[in-house]
Design a protein around this ligand. Structure first.
Ligand code: NAP
Length: 335
């Protein structure tokens, strides 16, 4: 099969298209013919040895994808050749070969059908970011308050994969959603998706503008993908008991962080790990997510679709800041 091979930790530019033997399924596994893969920033981090997992080389990146079952191990009873399925976050593309290949081996308990009404490309990019956003919304012992109180959710990097998922799930919970994006063009799309307010994270009056918009409420929960200098401002915008779910740090380390800013309002900060989901938990949460999206009549957002040969251009698009998910078409075929 053809695959993008990573034979060093020198980054995405060093990936090479190559030929490797077709894989075979082990117990509990199936081989998928990959139709679409989706990119995540963690793929680029792994390729630069900036990720905890350091798989043996050559490696194949790609954690998300949709495909058709080509072969199921005899021990797999719930799937058979021809079934179209999507992959829930597991070891694919992390410790094991991933979806930037014509075929991938996946544990059958990490596979789900494509929800009714979704395209294969919408499904391909959804699982990792929606499971991440769900954990970020629900990891705290008290869930965000339901109506009539309406908790306020602030989402940074709102146009990105995790950001869009957080906005949509926040809307499904009837939260007041404040979205941050550097792009004025993306603001209209974010409002269509369910953001009540959109602000530029670089606005020197961000705090005053956001506070005025949501007054007399304060921000209850932040889902932060950025870190960087913005983080201290986010802390200052939280109300009493406010929480920050830290998903990523696309804008770098937080300078001059003062732990005293957590005092008096009892601010809490908690990290997120999409890798923590057991297969059973991922399946149950995925069912909840699909139901919530159906209830608000929304589907995952695709930014762009690149050809298999253009994977490096696809990573460049991810790096510059997409509006939704960056998808790669691996094999042309109807699902
Ligand atoms: N902890 C976990 O389990 C987990 C799971 C998934 C992702 N993550 C991490 O979370 C982060 C976001 O992931 P993602 O998939 O949503 O990424 P993404 O699709 O690339 O989106 C990130 C968004 O953040 C904004 N952005 C990027 N760089 C920025 C910068 N330097 N300053 C200000 N804004 C910036 C951009 O939005 P605008 O251009 O609109 O401003 C971009 O669309 C990544 O670091 C990723 O590795 C962690």
């Amino acid at each position: 099969m053809r695959a993008w091979l990573m034979d060093s930790y020198a980054g995405i530019d060093a990936l090479k298209m190559g030929e490797v033997a077709d894989p075979k399924p082990g117990p509990g596994e199936v081989v998928l013919g990959v139709r679409f893969a989706a990119l995540n920033p963690a793929d680029a981090f792994l390729a630069q040895a900036l990720y905890p997992a350091k798989p043996p080389l050559p490696h194949i990146l790609g954690r998300d994808g949709v495909g058709v079952v080509l072969e199921a191990h005899p021990s797999v009873t719930n799937l058979r050749a021809g079934d179209a399925v999507g992959i829930l976050r597991g070891d694919v593309g992390v410790e094991k070969w991933g979806t930037l290949a014509e075929q991938v081996v996946v544990s059958a308990d990490r596979l789900v059908p494509i929800p009714r009404g979704w395209s294969a490309e919408e499904m391909a990019g959804a699982p990792l970011v929606f499971l991440t956003a769900w954990q970020a919304l629900t990891q705290w012992t008290e869930p965000p308050a339901p109506p009539p109180v309406r908790s306020v959710l602030l989402v940074t990097g709102a146009s990105g994969g995790v950001g869009v998922a957080s906005v949509l799930l926040g809307r499904s919970m009837d939260l007041v959603v404040v979205a941050l994006s550097r792009s004025a063009d993306k603001a209209a799309t974010l409002k269509e998706l369910g953001a009540d307010f959109v602000f530029d994270p670089g606005d020197p009056h961000l705090r005053q503008r956001a506070n005025a918009a949501i007054a007399p409420s304060k921000v209850d929960l932040v889902i932060d993908s950025l870190g960087g200098a913005l983080f201290n401002q986010l802390v200052s915008m939280l109300g009493y008991g406010g929480r920050i779910s830290v998903v990523g740090r696309s804008a770098g380390v937080v300078p001059d962080f003062n732990t005293a800013t957590l005092l008096f309002r009892r601010i809490r900060i908690g990290g997120i790990a999409a890798s923590d989901y057991t297969p059973e938990a991922a399946q149950a949460v995925w069912t909840e997510i699909v139901g919530r999206l159906a209830a608000i009549k929304k589907r995952p957002v695709v930014d762009s679709i690149f050809s298999f040969d253009d994977v490096k251009a696809a990573f460049a698009r991810l790096h510059e800041g997409p509006m939704g998910k960056v998808i790669v078409r691996i094999q042309r075929s109807e699902i």
